[in-house]
Design a protein around this ligand. Structure first.
Ligand SMILES: [Zn+2]
Length: 145
């Protein structure tokens, strides 16, 4: 299940995705904050909601846990800010939320960098295995002759 994003991100520019499979409307890039897929981007149709994942890989491990913690922390803060606004405006609480938004963004970029590193490592392992297999194959061919 994909939650309808409650707090729309005003800062992010609209990124258009592929057409919706159900109605053919253009989709926009949105971010999921569900327990299963925190921080995972997807293409969203105005009518059907979720259309397609933009990030192929699912969030996992400590990165997922960190993102969920950041999400819940921000949720709590936003709610406390709302409560404060009702009982009288308080500018410092806004600064606090902004600070946490920045921390969240920083966390996201760190997660992306970690994913990049892992991809490179996977490729490296794949390449070394490829080289190993070639060497073995060569030894076998030479041995037969
Ligand atoms: Zn649609």
């Amino acid at each position: 299940m994909i939650s309808q994003s409650s707090g729309s991100d005003a800062n992010s520019s609209r990124i258009w995705g592929p057409l919706c499979c159900n109605c053919g409307r253009a989709t926009t890039l949105a971010k999921s904050w569900t327990n299963d897929n925190p921080g995972r981007r997807f293409f969203k149709c105005v009518v059907h909601g979720f259309a397609k994942w933009a990030d192929e890989e699912r969030p996992y491990g400590w990165q997922k846990v960190s993102l969920l913690e950041a999400r819940d922390e921000i949720k709590v803060l936003k709610e406390s800010v709302k409560a404060m606004n009702v009982s009288g405006s308080n500018s410092t609480s806004h600064d606090l939320v902004n600070k946490h938004e920045q921390e969240k963004k920083k966390l996201e970029s760190e997660v992306m960098a970690a994913n990049e590193r892992e991809k490179m490592l996977k490729q490296f392992i794949l390449l070394s295995w490829g080289g190993f297999i070639v060497v073995i194959a060569m030894i076998l061919v030479i041995g037969k002759n």
